[in-house]
Design a protein around this ligand. Sequence first.
Ligand SMILES: [Zn+2]
Length: 401
Amino acid sequence: MTGFDAPDAALRGASYLIPVDNVAALMRHAGNLLERARKAGVECNLRWRLEPQPQVLRDGDLHQWVTILSRPPAVRGWSLAARYDIDPLGMTAAVPRTVPGGELPRRYWTLGDPVCEHCNTVRDRRAVFLLSHADGRHLLVGRTCLRAFLDHPDPDRLATLFDSLVPDDLAGRYAFRDPAAPGYGGGYLDAVEELAWTAGIVARYGWRSVARSDADHAATASRLAFLMNRPNPKLAALWHAERTACAPTADHYAAARRTIELVRAAPPDSEYLVKLKAIAAAPAVHVRDRALWCSAITLHIRWNAKRLERDAAAGAPPIETGRQVVQGRILKLDIRTCRNFCREVMTVQDGHGRKFWGTQPRFLHHAKEGDDVAFRADVEPSPDNPAFAFFKRPTRVPKAA
Ligand SMILES: [Zn+2]
């Protein structure tokens, strides 16, 4: 049986602040892992302890301190110490995930193009493991070379087990976020500063919503802003270049202040805006409201887009009354219900940025948003906006002979 050199060696551990909702999943995960280890004939140890500290409200979720104690399989003094993940910024570096409580020598904090220190071959960043020896030595080893160190008939299986031993996002992402740490300002952050950083990130990467970030396996704009502003000391080198590139300029501070004006002026017609307006009333924002607060920058993005559109439309010739060809792109399809009658409507925007609104013609039944269309119709400009018109009685444009 492959196991530990010293089965009674102390477990090493670290405490993590994790969402209460994830605690049950973490325990299930540990139970499954131990079962898989037993089947593989590996003596592996993983324990957890719910700490008695009170639960903490953060980012709108209740969090619980959990200590994870583990002892990875070790053979002849060697044990697994860390694996590497592609970093959340998508740069050409990798971030180590260490066994709870493990400490890494500085040169292993990030990886460029890793070389297996056993066979001297360049390896994929996701296929290397860091081994540590009881005497303090460390060695970076490719997955296929693990056999030389871990005497198990299936070292790959061992490595897979080890992968799960390292706490994943369930626990890992909250490991370094301690509001008691210096730089947190007692849990309160400068409201303008936070938005200015978000504006800087958005200028470089575009807005990343939670949904889009999940799909791309990337960080949200507000999470990036947080990381940039307070780099994890272990990863400071990695973030330095990005930090410099995203540091807010005078324009970004102006965007932040403009956003606050927009929030204050916005009507409180949704729960979201009511919350934003409450935050905007004070110069500081609490850490738990940070993500919500940073999302206010989207108001500025929309306001900017509207202004650009207005500027473009202002230079366009006014729409004339009468029957004419409407040619442009479908901006929006919608359904309007009136009593028991419902109709499909569409907004078409032409090359001048002018908009035309009316019932979707039957012959364009299959058209989608974003399609280019042309039809003939009776057009009546809106009395208060010369760049907006209503159309009626649309017909096909005869194909040019
Ligand atoms: Zn190798």
